[in-house]
Design a protein around this ligand. Structure first.
Ligand code: URA
Length: 199
């Protein structure tokens, strides 16, 4: 059965497909370069928000399905969480060229989509992956004074209120860090243990 959340999230997909708010839409071609909306449980308790699609994601239209995604899946498994039980999205819906960092203007014009995804899904826990997502989400949820380097605040719980209920923000290092710095896996595995209590 199609739920209200399914319909609302589908509407976001339609809006993203029409979006021309920044230059990134020009690279979209519906095949090798698709926008990546998000996927997972539409009623998830836990939502992960990365930065932007990479090459593999743009090819498939699915978030975190490349190397960083494999690492994310391993981390979820280690905390006893099924990938299909969480919702995974990104700050930006289109892939920046050569995987460069998101630009401030792109974040400004694109993040209303992820904000709507949060409003629809109403997760209890939001896990920003990486510093861009951490900064955006902490500022959005009134935690600007707590924003610090990701190396200082990774794995910590920040409680805040919003319109629908109390919400917990837990920033993590971006899983891609493990690809270029393998010893960081231990840190991420340790940080993800905190999620066991929100399953
Ligand atoms: N990195 C991200 O931030 N998001 C993805 O979907 C893939 C890699």
């Amino acid at each position: 059965m199609v739920s209200i959340n399914d319909e609302k999230l589908k509407q976001i997909k339609d809006e993203v497909l029409m979006c021309k708010s920044c230059e990134l839409y020009k690279d979209r071609n519906g095949d090798e370069f698709q926008p990546v909306i998000g996927e997972g449980n539409h009623e998830a308790n836990i939502m992960f928000i990365g930065e932007a699609p990479g090459m593999q994601e743009a090819k498939t239209g699915r978030p975190f399905c490349g190397r960083a995604g494999q690492i994310l899946s391993e981390l979820l498994l280690s905390a006893g969480i099924k990938r299909e039980d969480v919702y995974i999205a990104n700050l930006l819906k289109c892939r920046p060229p050569a995987n460069r960092d998101p630009l401030p203007d792109e974040i400004m014009v694109c993040t209303h989509f992820v904000e709507k995804q949060i409003e629809i899904i109403k997760p209890k826990v939001i896990c920003p992956l990486g510093r861009y997502s951490m900064k955006f989400l902490m500022e959005k949820f009134g935690l600007s004074d707590k924003v610090d380097g990701i190396s200082k605040i990774h794995g910590q719980m920040f409680e805040c209120q919003n319109d629908f209920k109390g919400i917990v923000i837990i920033p993590f290092y971006h899983p891609a860090v493990v690809a270029y710095n393998p010893p960081m896996k231990k840190t991420l595995l340790n940080d993800f243990k905190i999620l066991e209590k929100f399953k």
